[in-house]
Ligand binder design. Sequence first.
Ligand code: UFG
Length: 339
Amino acid sequence: MNILVTGGAGYIGSHTVIELLKNGHIVTILDNFSNSSPAILDRIMFLTGVTPYLVRADVNDKETLDSIFSTDAFDAVMHFAGVKAVGESTINPLLYYSTNVCGSIALLQVMEKYKVNTFIFSSSATVYGSPSQFPIAETCATNPTNPYGRSKLSVEDLLGDIYAADNTWKIAILRYFNPVGAHESGLIGECPVGIPNNLMPYLSQVAAGIRPEVIVYGSDYPTPDGTGVRDYIHVSDLAIGHLAALEHISSSSHGVYLPMNLGTGRGYSVLEIIQAFEIASGRKIPYRYSNRRPGDIAQSYADVSRSNELLRWVARKDLMDMCSDVWRWQIRNPRGYAQ
Ligand code: UFG
């Protein structure tokens, strides 16, 4: 298939591009490199033997979108482009709505014009907010607690309305739990700008000696060891989940609107992650407890039965794979994609 991948140079997008190319698909990446590097293209080429087409543009740039859709017949769009930091979204909500919501609208308008109606949307478990039921199923209420989550849910709602108006659309909404890990080659990985917000990149920098200690936010949660529990999923499993979703919706004989959790179904605490990373890296990881981080929930883990059954997909990589791959990426690329 001929696929447009917005945000294809980013963390999850790039891993998905690799899987698409490995499976013989034709890929055009649209990316403005606001949180990624053009250097990734050489690495994708090295790993797959194929150079994807690249359009350097913002997803809000309708003129460019129009020109690429007018010259290329895409079969489907995978939409990763967006901003994703929860804390930043509370400080700059307009950025989150203009990028995530307006960007999606611009893209969907052009898709409608050119009659491309197979769409995979990068959503997040953050749309559930503080769920009262575990594991979290797609049928649980959505109630995000921050502008980032609300921007994702707004696009989900918009997609639901588009489908209600025209049920020939084929739409998969993929709600990621906690994506971590890196490509097993050590050539592609997460490259946070500045101080990482998320646990895994932060503790890998502690293991590497770049930061002194991990700060564990909260030791009094109602969890087995008092620290927060999350459903961490290897980014390569997530990427394969996108291919499975694409196959599922594109082979359907009718329209589809399908929200789906992508996770492992198993939760790990912060302390379990630190311990696993110590084993993977062979380094001692100093940590200290601090107060709970505002907005955090005690636990989050997915009910993955829908994606497992419908997509015939299951996350295969375990916690040790996740930690080992992050560590390999960290030590081989101490400055990320910068040479
Ligand atoms: N944590 C620490 N110390 C840190 C960073 C995190 O103790 O330095 C803890 C958090 O309190 C939480 C766990 O580690 O218990 C995971 O935190 P992350 O920041 O790695 O991830 P979150 O679960 O907060 O959020 C992530 C993404 C969101 C996404 C959500 C989906 O950042 O964008 O997963 O579940 F929406």
